[in-house]
Design a binder for this molecule. Structure first.
Ligand code: UDP
Length: 236
């Protein structure tokens, strides 16, 4: 028995590049193996993919680009990550569908919630790309929204370079301590930036728990769905 029947995994773009720009196939293959193990356990898996390894709209705006146009480029970046992940998941023998919020019929299905649900019911992994299809949003927000719409019980947020939520940045402050659990209001009071504010608000309002864990942590997702308490769990 697993703790969850259906989970949404948010993979930030950084995970795909292993901290560098672009896609590192070895890293994606490893992530795909971990996700495949979760699927074989009988857990439904939806995935929202970030794009920070290619392009972040806000950073490009600071360097003179129009924000909305840069954001569209950012969304397109997420789709490349989706295709890489799809490829490696299929090499693991896992059936997958990519659905994008910006229509591009040659490479992916459009985002159709009811169809996504159907795929999940059939045991397929659904990978959501192109964010919300709208500038000024983030893939974190989309992760919360897709989790709610496809009835996932939890958002599992993989982070590169950190294995949970800390009282301060553990890479800068040696006294930073890790939280095992937090309530939404504690996280808000302490000004902790787990996800962006919109994503966080969606989770809080809809009582959708969030688990932040380290992307480099071997077998983390499988261990979480089996009930092991790793990373930091944020809930009501
Ligand atoms: N983006 C957007 N709307 C969305 C999702 C993403 O405009 O609904 C753009 C935005 O420019 C963002 C980029 O796509 O910076 C990459 O997504 P994000 O930064 O969320 O990826 P991550 O940080 O998870 O790698």
């Amino acid at each position: 028995m697993t703790t969850y029947n259906r989970v949404l995994i948010k993979l930030s773009g950084e995970v795909f590049g292993g901290g560098k720009i672009g896609v590192d196939p070895d890293v994606v293959a490893k992530v795909a193996r971990e996700i495949a193990a979760v699927v074989r356990e009988g857990v439904g898996v939806a995935i929202v993919v970030g794009g920070g390894n290619f392009f972040r709209g806000a950073e490009m705006q600071q360097r003179g680009m129009d924000r909305a146009r840069a954001d569209y480029m950012g969304m397109l970046g997420t789709v490349m990550n989706c295709l890489a992940l799809q490829d490696f998941l299929e090499k693991e023998g896992i059936e997958t569908r990519v659905q994008t919020a910006i229509t591009m019929g040659q490479v992916a299905e459009p985002y159709i919630p009811r169809r996504a649900m159907r795929h999940l019911e059939k045991g397929r992994v659904v990978i959501f790309g192109a964010g919300a299809g709208m500038p000024f949003f983030s893939t974190d927000t989309v992760a919360a929204q897709r989790a709610l719409e496809t009835r996932c019980e939890v958002v599992l947020m993989a982070k590169q370079g950190v294995d949970g939520i800390y009282s301060a940045d553990p890479n800068k402050d040696p006294l930073a301590t890790k939280y095992d659990t937090l309530t939404f209001s504690e996280a808000l009071q302490q000004g902790i930036k787990i996800a962006d504010a919109t994503a966080f608000a969606l989770c809080m309002e809809n009582n959708l728990p969030l688990i932040v864990f380290g992307a480099e942590d071997e077998g983390a997702i499988l261990r979480i769905v089996r009930g092991e308490k790793i990373g930091t769990r944020v809930s009501r």
